[in-house]
Design a protein around this ligand. Sequence first.
Ligand code: C2E
Ligand code: MG
Ligand code: MG
Ligand code: MG
Length: 266
Amino acid sequence: MIADPKEQFLDILQRKLIHSVYQPIVSLKDGSVLGYEALTRGPENSLFQSPMKLFPYAEKAGVLYSLEKIAREMAIKGAFFTQTNEMLFINISAAILQDPYFAPGNTLDLLQERGLQPGNIVFEITERSSIEDFTTAKRVLDHYRAQGYRIAIDDAGAGYSSLQAIAELNPDFIKIDRSLVNNIHLHKNKEYIVETFVTFADKLNISLIAEGIELKEELQQLTRMGIHYVQGYLLGMPSLEKAEIDPQWVELIVQHRRIRDTSAGA
Ligand code: C2E
Ligand code: MG
Ligand code: MG
Ligand code: MG
């Protein structure tokens, strides 16, 4: 075991000692799995096991770009992601979007190798660290989109981005931050904010994902409110295994879902 944090980090990077775990994202229409978010992990029992240590450290050390590239590679390469009808959600640091030359690059090659389409990949951009150079960010995101990738705004409602700024980025998904989900059944203010997201997303044809569902009561409330997808420990932990959704939650979803699809003319 290497003692010096810097050496330990460089060793991890050089030897690509990182992997992904995958957390299911579940549809509130029928309890099916839309896809998985890849969450990066460093070596177990190392200082850098958590992505909250790994990525900020890489940014400070000026090697964020390399780490991001390895993380994407690992997320796609694993045996986990093989189905063309599942989406893979991959986090991208906001800082990366400041680089006008950044491109998904090897991601496309990796996908092609595996017979997968860019349309199955969703890049998650956090709104938490305010995207400083908005024009650059938009240019990079539009570049992704032109190649067929999809975009999600992560941690929405937790940072300082306005709804206008979010609309400007024209995402396919908005992920509502865990802080708004936590005990939503007990806090009217949270309910009103999430309702606003539902109205906004419906008008702009954006899909909403609520993150961090831990309680049955939260799941029930979010299902009733017309959120499209949910993710959280209640439904599935980040894991190396494909998640099986507990039938009791599927039943709850079907029972409480708010059907807004009137096109069937029922
Ligand atoms: P995030 O993208 O918002 O990911 C969700 C985090 O919440 C994950 O933590 C996940 O394990 C955790 N989580 C999921 N469900 C629940 C729940 O029900 N309750 C609670 N308390 N937590 C839940 P994790 O894996 O530690 O990741 C933390 C953050 O690190 C991520 O937040 C993301 O911003 C960043 N991250 C992870 N992987 C990558 C990556 O490959 N690239 C970049 N740039 N950032 C990454
Ligand atoms: Mg995320
Ligand atoms: Mg998130
Ligand atoms: Mg979050």
